[in-house]
Design a protein around this ligand. Structure first.
Ligand code: ATP
Length: 239
């Protein structure tokens, strides 16, 4: 049995005739923060969707904690602690902040634990506490991202998948969110896979990263290795 928390081996996924993943190999060990980087359309979101069962791979292997999760239902994965924050945040706009957070805990019946986790996320993002009764749809983009991350935390993730948390947000808000992602990894020992287009931001947060180009992993290494790699600097870090 492998010692990886998540392991993808030769994963191929397609949308009709469009081959989006052409044999992806990727792994994460418990406690790591790892980024999956690459340009628009490289296949990053499809990789996450293949892990969470939203896309069915045509071939390959995906194991979570030593067990195949190919074909597993999203609800089963959530119950196992594999939780995604999708791109575009997708909170429930008509529900209040508090109701959105409680939705994240819908599989849990440890009431005291849920209340303690509400305190924890309100502590992480104090602005959400002041907006607890406001509907999700009236929050700013940054606040909605904070809510989406917090809602995922209410499910007690062991592995958190984040799809472009910086998308469309102002630099100061991004900094707050990235600092908090680091804190979650340190405090809760949550393993994190972060999909990002902004390589500079991501490489200053993560331990390791993979770079994807048109459906394949074309490079991987520690954050320091990639920050110093000439081809990475040219292609992703603005020279
Ligand atoms: P982005 O940052 O734009 O989300 P990405 O790296 O996440 O890019 P994917 O969204 O995984 O890339 O897309 C990979 C490829 O699959 C692209 O060529 C894209 O056009 C194609 N694709 C994605 N979703 C679909 C879909 N629902 N139907 C058809 N083709 C799709």
């Amino acid at each position: 049995m492998s010692s990886f928390m998540l392991e993808l081996a030769q994963v191929h996924s397609a949308y009709g005739n469009v081959e989006a993943l052409k044999g992806v190999d990727l792994n994460l060990s418990e406690g790591e923060i790892v980024a999956l980087l690459g340009a628009n359309g490289a296949g990053k979101t499809t990789t996450l969707a293949s892990v969470t069962g939203l896309v069915s791979p045509r071939s390959g292997r995906i194991d979570f904690e030593g067990q195949s999760i190919l074909g597993a239902r999203p609800e089963y994965l959530v119950s196992q602690g594999l939780i995604m924050v999708p791109e575009g945040r997708r909170i429930f706009p008509g529900l209040s902040v508090l109701e959105n957070l409680r939705m994240g805990a819908f599989l849990r019946n440890d009431k005291a634990g849920v209340e303690a986790d509400l305190d924890y996320v309100f502590n992480l993002f104090p602005i959400l506490a002041t907006r607890a009764k406001q509907t999700g749809g009236t929050l700013s983009g940054g606040e909605q991202q904070m809510l989406a991350i917090s809602r995922a935390l209410m499910g007690r993730p062991r592995l958190l998948l984040l799809d472009e948390p910086s998308l469309g947000l102002a630099p100061l808000v991004i900094r707050n969110i990235f600092d908090t992602i680091r804190k979650i990894n340190i405090d809760q020992k949550t393993t994190i896979l972060l999909v990002e287009q902004n390589a500079n931001l991501a490489l200053n947060l993560v331990h390791r990263a993979y770079i994807m180009t048109t459906g394949r992993i074309t490079l991987s290494g520690t954050a320091a290795e990639l920050l110093n790699d000439e081809s990475v600097r040219q292609a992703y870090l603005g020279g």
